[in-house]
Design a protein around this ligand. Sequence first.
Ligand SMILES: C[S@@+](CC[C@H](N)C(=O)[O-])C[C@H]1O[C@@H](n2cnc3c(N)ncnc32)[C@H](O)[C@@H]1O
Length: 218
Amino acid sequence: MQMIDKNIEDYCIAKSNLPSVDCDRIEEYTRAHVHGARMLIGKMEASFIGFLLRSIGAKRVLELGTFTGYSALTMAENLPDDGEILTVDINEATVLLAKEFWKQSSHGYKITSLMGSGLDIIPTLKAPFDFVFIDADKRNYINYLKLTAPLLSPTGIIVIDNVLWDGKVLPDADLDVSEHRDRNTEFIRLVNDYIANEPSLYGTLLPIRDGIFLVRKY
Ligand SMILES: C[S@@+](CC[C@H](N)C(=O)[O-])C[C@H]1O[C@@H](n2cnc3c(N)ncnc32)[C@H](O)[C@@H]1O
């Protein structure tokens, strides 16, 4: 589902600061050659996340869901020279691609890939993080939120991707439980409801791309 009229979104993209040509190269390659390219965050969301990173002066970022390295590189471009991104994924093939692309960018040195499942890796990490981007493994969204919230710096932000799930999170949405994608709906509803009802968190859900939840400590 396209949440925002395509012409409107194209206009917004045309007027926004965008990821570099190095990121465009990852996007184009992924769309042409990699299964699941629709998972890429795309230019609009990348620009918005870049704005957030710059606004809070983020230095340390944790990403769950590296894929082919697009979102990590777009974030690296919006960190200072001594900024760092730790990015976690379980898929060696796509991470190998990501590393090849990062090598070609002058910001690639800021990115460290950690192989393994988010649930295993997060407890091994040293706090604090200024920014956490949750974009992997919908089943564990709620656990990733609960595990990373205590790791946030005082002005830190967590961004959770795909929280509108093509509109399937709406109470009256038509779901087909034989579809893997539809079965993930309940996990996304769970995390959305948790944030909405958790007094220690301040959340704003925005209809950018497939929906993003901005979360910080209240
Ligand atoms: C939506 S994609 C990430 C897209 C990426 N953030 C971007 O926009 O360029 C999700 C990624 O999560 C990874 N993933 C799935 N299960 C995972 C897990 N348990 N722990 C870490 N990563 C996982 C997948 O291999 C996939 O590459």
